[in-house]
Ligand binder design. Structure first.
Ligand SMILES: [Zn+2]
Length: 324
Protein backbone atom coordinates (compact mmCIF):
# COMPACT_ATOMS: atom_id res chain seq x y z
CA UNK A 1 0.00 0.00 0.00
CA UNK A 2 1.72 3.19 -1.17
CA UNK A 3 1.26 6.07 1.26
CA UNK A 4 3.08 9.24 0.32
CA UNK A 5 2.94 10.55 3.93
CA UNK A 6 4.61 7.48 5.51
CA UNK A 7 8.35 7.78 6.27
CA UNK A 8 10.59 5.69 3.99
CA UNK A 9 11.45 2.27 5.45
CA UNK A 10 14.70 2.21 7.41
CA UNK A 11 17.09 -0.22 5.72
CA UNK A 12 20.54 1.17 6.56
CA UNK A 13 22.32 1.59 9.89
CA UNK A 14 22.55 5.29 10.84
CA UNK A 15 25.89 4.60 12.60
CA UNK A 16 27.86 2.77 9.93
CA UNK A 17 25.61 2.58 6.87
CA UNK A 18 25.59 -1.23 6.69
CA UNK A 19 22.30 -2.99 5.88
CA UNK A 20 19.85 -3.81 8.68
CA UNK A 21 18.19 -7.17 9.12
CA UNK A 22 15.10 -8.23 11.07
CA UNK A 23 15.90 -10.04 14.30
CA UNK A 24 13.92 -11.14 17.35
CA UNK A 25 15.87 -10.34 20.53
CA UNK A 26 15.59 -10.05 24.30
CA UNK A 27 15.88 -6.31 24.60
CA UNK A 28 17.37 -4.90 27.81
CA UNK A 29 16.66 -1.31 28.82
CA UNK A 30 15.73 0.72 31.92
CA UNK A 31 12.89 2.71 33.43
CA UNK A 32 13.32 5.39 36.09
CA UNK A 33 11.30 4.83 39.27
CA UNK A 34 9.49 8.18 39.80
CA UNK A 35 9.47 7.67 43.59
CA UNK A 36 13.10 6.71 44.26
CA UNK A 37 14.66 8.09 41.02
CA UNK A 38 16.52 4.78 40.76
CA UNK A 39 16.90 2.80 37.54
CA UNK A 40 14.67 -0.23 37.16
CA UNK A 41 15.96 -2.95 34.83
CA UNK A 42 13.52 -3.82 32.02
CA UNK A 43 13.91 -6.81 29.70
CA UNK A 44 11.52 -7.16 26.78
CA UNK A 45 11.56 -10.77 25.63
CA UNK A 46 11.14 -11.72 21.99
CA UNK A 47 11.13 -8.15 20.64
CA UNK A 48 11.33 -7.79 16.83
CA UNK A 49 14.01 -5.20 15.96
CA UNK A 50 16.08 -4.14 12.98
CA UNK A 51 19.72 -4.92 13.74
CA UNK A 52 22.80 -3.74 11.89
CA UNK A 53 24.64 -6.61 10.20
CA UNK A 54 27.99 -4.96 10.97
CA UNK A 55 27.97 -3.00 14.26
CA UNK A 56 24.90 -4.57 15.96
CA UNK A 57 23.19 -1.18 16.40
CA UNK A 58 19.44 -1.79 16.93
CA UNK A 59 16.49 0.17 15.58
CA UNK A 60 13.00 -0.11 17.12
CA UNK A 61 9.99 0.51 14.90
CA UNK A 62 6.38 1.47 15.83
CA UNK A 63 4.98 -1.62 17.53
CA UNK A 64 8.31 -2.43 19.21
CA UNK A 65 8.53 1.10 20.68
CA UNK A 66 5.01 0.66 22.13
CA UNK A 67 5.96 -2.67 23.69
CA UNK A 68 9.08 -1.20 25.30
CA UNK A 69 6.95 1.66 26.70
CA UNK A 70 4.44 -0.84 28.06
CA UNK A 71 7.17 -2.83 29.80
CA UNK A 72 8.65 0.34 31.31
CA UNK A 73 5.20 1.26 32.66
CA UNK A 74 4.79 -2.23 34.05
CA UNK A 75 8.19 -2.06 35.79
CA UNK A 76 7.22 1.20 37.53
CA UNK A 77 3.83 -0.18 38.65
CA UNK A 78 5.49 -3.34 39.99
CA UNK A 79 8.11 -1.31 41.86
CA UNK A 80 5.35 0.65 43.62
CA UNK A 81 3.58 -2.59 44.60
CA UNK A 82 6.84 -3.96 46.02
CA UNK A 83 7.68 -0.90 48.12
CA UNK A 84 7.49 -1.88 51.83
CA UNK A 85 4.36 -0.72 53.69
CA UNK A 86 4.28 2.13 56.23
CA UNK A 87 3.61 1.59 59.92
CA UNK A 88 -0.03 2.65 59.36
CA UNK A 89 -0.70 0.68 56.17
CA UNK A 90 -3.58 -1.78 56.58
CA UNK A 91 -1.79 -5.07 57.40
CA UNK A 92 -1.45 -7.40 54.38
CA UNK A 93 -2.98 -4.79 52.04
CA UNK A 94 -1.33 -3.64 48.82
CA UNK A 95 -1.12 -0.02 47.68
CA UNK A 96 -4.06 0.78 45.37
CA UNK A 97 -2.33 2.06 42.23
CA UNK A 98 -5.68 2.89 40.60
CA UNK A 99 -9.35 1.99 40.81
CA UNK A 100 -10.62 0.90 37.39
CA UNK A 101 -8.92 0.78 34.02
CA UNK A 102 -6.42 3.65 34.03
CA UNK A 103 -5.05 2.30 30.73
CA UNK A 104 -8.34 3.12 28.95
CA UNK A 105 -9.84 5.93 31.07
CA UNK A 106 -10.43 9.42 29.66
CA UNK A 107 -10.81 11.13 33.01
CA UNK A 108 -9.74 10.32 36.58
CA UNK A 109 -11.32 11.32 39.83
CA UNK A 110 -8.86 12.20 42.60
CA UNK A 111 -9.18 11.58 46.33
CA UNK A 112 -6.89 11.50 49.37
CA UNK A 113 -6.15 7.82 49.93
CA UNK A 114 -7.97 4.49 49.70
CA UNK A 115 -10.35 3.80 52.57
CA UNK A 116 -9.42 0.98 54.94
CA UNK A 117 -12.92 -0.30 54.09
CA UNK A 118 -11.56 -1.32 50.69
CA UNK A 119 -9.67 -4.07 52.53
CA UNK A 120 -11.42 -4.64 55.88
CA UNK A 121 -14.91 -5.60 57.01
CA UNK A 122 -16.72 -4.03 59.99
CA UNK A 123 -14.89 -6.37 62.35
CA UNK A 124 -11.52 -5.28 60.94
CA UNK A 125 -11.00 -8.61 59.21
CA UNK A 126 -9.39 -8.73 55.78
CA UNK A 127 -12.17 -8.99 53.15
CA UNK A 128 -12.16 -12.34 51.41
CA UNK A 129 -14.13 -14.38 48.90
CA UNK A 130 -16.85 -12.54 46.92
CA UNK A 131 -16.50 -9.45 49.17
CA UNK A 132 -12.81 -8.92 48.42
CA UNK A 133 -12.19 -5.87 46.21
CA UNK A 134 -8.42 -6.09 45.73
CA UNK A 135 -5.68 -8.67 45.89
CA UNK A 136 -3.95 -8.87 49.25
CA UNK A 137 -0.81 -10.61 50.47
CA UNK A 138 -3.24 -13.28 51.77
CA UNK A 139 -5.10 -13.75 48.45
CA UNK A 140 -1.81 -13.92 46.53
CA UNK A 141 -0.24 -16.17 49.18
CA UNK A 142 2.79 -13.87 49.34
CA UNK A 143 4.95 -13.33 52.42
CA UNK A 144 5.60 -9.62 52.00
CA UNK A 145 5.35 -6.92 49.36
CA UNK A 146 9.07 -7.01 48.60
CA UNK A 147 8.70 -10.68 47.63
CA UNK A 148 5.87 -10.17 45.11
CA UNK A 149 6.62 -11.95 41.84
CA UNK A 150 5.82 -10.49 38.41
CA UNK A 151 2.82 -12.83 38.27
CA UNK A 152 1.56 -11.59 41.69
CA UNK A 153 1.90 -7.99 40.47
CA UNK A 154 0.12 -8.80 37.21
CA UNK A 155 -2.84 -10.29 39.12
CA UNK A 156 -3.00 -7.36 41.56
CA UNK A 157 -3.09 -4.90 38.63
CA UNK A 158 -5.75 -6.86 36.72
CA UNK A 159 -7.97 -6.82 39.81
CA UNK A 160 -7.49 -3.03 40.15
CA UNK A 161 -8.37 -2.55 36.47
CA UNK A 162 -11.56 -4.55 36.99
CA UNK A 163 -12.70 -2.64 40.10
CA UNK A 164 -15.74 -1.02 38.43
CA UNK A 165 -16.72 -3.97 36.24
CA UNK A 166 -20.37 -5.04 36.62
CA UNK A 167 -20.98 -7.41 39.52
CA UNK A 168 -17.89 -6.38 41.47
CA UNK A 169 -18.24 -5.08 45.08
CA UNK A 170 -17.63 -1.33 44.59
CA UNK A 171 -17.36 0.76 47.77
CA UNK A 172 -20.48 2.96 48.23
CA UNK A 173 -18.22 6.03 48.60
CA UNK A 174 -18.03 6.10 44.77
CA UNK A 175 -21.78 6.60 44.24
CA UNK A 176 -21.67 10.40 44.56
CA UNK A 177 -18.61 10.73 42.34
CA UNK A 178 -20.27 8.40 39.82
CA UNK A 179 -23.25 10.78 39.58
CA UNK A 180 -20.98 13.79 39.01
CA UNK A 181 -18.89 12.05 36.34
CA UNK A 182 -22.08 10.84 34.61
CA UNK A 183 -23.12 14.48 34.48
CA UNK A 184 -19.74 15.24 32.89
CA UNK A 185 -20.49 12.50 30.35
CA UNK A 186 -18.21 9.66 31.48
CA UNK A 187 -18.91 6.55 33.55
CA UNK A 188 -16.82 4.38 35.85
CA UNK A 189 -18.88 1.33 34.82
CA UNK A 190 -18.05 1.83 31.14
CA UNK A 191 -14.29 2.02 31.77
CA UNK A 192 -14.23 5.74 30.89
CA UNK A 193 -13.29 6.93 34.40
CA UNK A 194 -10.62 5.66 36.79
CA UNK A 195 -9.93 6.85 40.32
CA UNK A 196 -6.52 7.88 41.69
CA UNK A 197 -5.40 9.03 45.13
CA UNK A 198 -2.76 11.44 46.42
CA UNK A 199 -1.52 8.57 48.62
CA UNK A 200 -1.85 4.98 47.45
CA UNK A 201 -1.77 3.37 50.90
CA UNK A 202 -4.98 2.40 52.72
CA UNK A 203 -4.23 3.42 56.31
CA UNK A 204 -5.44 2.76 59.82
CA UNK A 205 -6.26 5.19 61.29
CA UNK A 206 -7.92 7.04 58.40
CA UNK A 207 -5.96 9.79 56.66
CA UNK A 208 -7.44 12.69 58.65
CA UNK A 209 -6.75 10.89 61.95
CA UNK A 210 -3.27 9.93 60.84
CA UNK A 211 -2.50 13.57 60.07
CA UNK A 212 -3.53 14.51 63.62
CA UNK A 213 -2.02 11.55 65.47
CA UNK A 214 1.16 10.94 63.45
CA UNK A 215 1.80 14.03 61.33
CA UNK A 216 5.39 12.99 60.57
CA UNK A 217 4.31 9.68 59.10
CA UNK A 218 1.49 11.31 57.13
CA UNK A 219 3.90 13.87 55.66
CA UNK A 220 6.49 11.23 54.76
CA UNK A 221 3.84 9.09 53.08
CA UNK A 222 2.47 12.03 51.10
CA UNK A 223 5.93 13.03 49.91
CA UNK A 224 6.75 9.45 48.96
CA UNK A 225 3.53 8.93 47.00
CA UNK A 226 2.92 12.23 45.18
CA UNK A 227 5.75 11.61 42.65
CA UNK A 228 4.00 8.36 41.69
CA UNK A 229 0.72 10.23 41.11
CA UNK A 230 2.51 12.83 38.98
CA UNK A 231 4.07 10.06 36.91
CA UNK A 232 0.60 8.52 36.41
CA UNK A 233 -0.74 11.83 35.11
CA UNK A 234 2.20 11.98 32.68
CA UNK A 235 2.17 8.34 31.58
CA UNK A 236 -1.55 7.74 31.03
CA UNK A 237 -3.50 9.73 28.41
CA UNK A 238 -6.11 11.42 30.62
CA UNK A 239 -8.03 14.45 29.37
CA UNK A 240 -9.13 15.75 32.75
CA UNK A 241 -8.93 15.09 36.48
CA UNK A 242 -11.86 15.68 38.83
CA UNK A 243 -10.73 16.45 42.38
CA UNK A 244 -13.06 15.61 45.25
CA UNK A 245 -12.42 18.28 47.89
CA UNK A 246 -10.05 21.13 48.60
CA UNK A 247 -6.98 19.09 49.58
CA UNK A 248 -7.07 16.97 46.41
CA UNK A 249 -7.72 20.05 44.26
CA UNK A 250 -4.89 22.10 45.79
CA UNK A 251 -2.36 19.25 45.73
CA UNK A 252 -3.10 18.42 42.08
CA UNK A 253 -3.05 22.10 41.16
CA UNK A 254 0.47 22.39 42.62
CA UNK A 255 1.64 19.08 41.19
CA UNK A 256 0.76 19.91 37.56
CA UNK A 257 0.96 23.72 37.93
CA UNK A 258 -2.64 24.20 36.83
CA UNK A 259 -3.69 27.66 35.68
CA UNK A 260 -7.09 28.64 37.19
CA UNK A 261 -9.62 29.47 34.46
CA UNK A 262 -13.03 29.78 36.06
CA UNK A 263 -14.80 29.32 39.37
CA UNK A 264 -18.34 29.52 40.65
CA UNK A 265 -20.84 28.52 43.31
CA UNK A 266 -23.26 25.60 43.22
CA UNK A 267 -25.48 25.08 46.28
CA UNK A 268 -23.03 24.83 49.20
CA UNK A 269 -19.87 24.27 47.21
CA UNK A 270 -17.40 26.34 45.24
CA UNK A 271 -16.19 24.66 42.05
CA UNK A 272 -13.24 25.56 39.89
CA UNK A 273 -11.84 24.68 36.47
CA UNK A 274 -8.20 25.01 35.48
CA UNK A 275 -5.84 23.99 32.71
CA UNK A 276 -2.45 22.33 33.00
CA UNK A 277 0.10 20.87 30.62
CA UNK A 278 1.74 17.57 31.53
CA UNK A 279 4.62 16.79 29.16
CA UNK A 280 2.99 19.28 26.72
CA UNK A 281 -0.36 17.44 26.82
CA UNK A 282 -3.29 19.58 27.97
CA UNK A 283 -5.08 18.36 31.11
CA UNK A 284 -8.28 19.84 32.54
CA UNK A 285 -8.16 20.22 36.33
CA UNK A 286 -11.63 20.40 37.83
CA UNK A 287 -12.79 20.20 41.42
CA UNK A 288 -14.64 21.63 44.35
CA UNK A 289 -13.88 22.64 47.92
CA UNK A 290 -15.86 20.08 49.97
CA UNK A 291 -15.65 16.28 49.73
CA UNK A 292 -19.01 15.14 48.31
CA UNK A 293 -19.66 13.09 51.45
CA UNK A 294 -19.86 16.39 53.36
CA UNK A 295 -21.32 18.64 50.64
CA UNK A 296 -24.94 17.64 51.31
CA UNK A 297 -25.97 17.55 47.63
CA UNK A 298 -28.96 15.46 46.52
CA UNK A 299 -28.40 12.85 43.85
CA UNK A 300 -29.92 15.07 41.13
CA UNK A 301 -27.76 17.98 42.27
CA UNK A 302 -24.61 15.87 41.97
CA UNK A 303 -25.52 15.08 38.38
CA UNK A 304 -26.35 18.74 37.76
CA UNK A 305 -22.94 19.73 39.12
CA UNK A 306 -21.38 17.33 36.60
CA UNK A 307 -23.44 18.80 33.76
CA UNK A 308 -22.38 22.31 34.78
CA UNK A 309 -18.72 21.24 34.77
CA UNK A 310 -19.11 19.38 31.48
CA UNK A 311 -19.61 22.57 29.49
CA UNK A 312 -16.54 24.16 31.13
CA UNK A 313 -14.35 21.11 30.53
CA UNK A 314 -15.40 20.93 26.89
CA UNK A 315 -14.55 24.62 26.63
CA UNK A 316 -10.93 23.78 27.57
CA UNK A 317 -10.66 21.58 24.47
CA UNK A 318 -8.72 18.84 26.35
CA UNK A 319 -11.35 16.18 25.74
CA UNK A 320 -10.51 16.46 22.05
CA UNK A 321 -12.84 14.70 19.68
CA UNK A 322 -15.93 14.10 21.78
CA UNK A 323 -16.74 10.48 22.33
CA UNK A 324 -19.27 9.05 19.87
ZN1 LIG B 1 25.91 -0.34 11.99
Amino acid sequence: MADSTAPPPIDRCHECGAPLEERVVDYATRAVDPCTKRDLPVVVRGLPVLQCTKCSERVLTGAAVDRVDEERTRAILHARLRRPPCPSSVPRSLPVLFFGDLFAARIATIGLNPSDREYLDRDQRLLDGADRRFETLASLVAIKREALTAEHCRRAIETMRGYFRPGRPVYSWFRSLDRVTRGIGFRYGAGEVAHLDLVQEATQPTWSELQKERPEEARALREADLPFLLWQLQAFPLNAVVCNGRTALEEIGRLVKARPMERGEFRRITWSVGLAFVLDRPLGVVGWNLPLARAGLHAEEEEALGALLRARIEGLGTTGAQKP
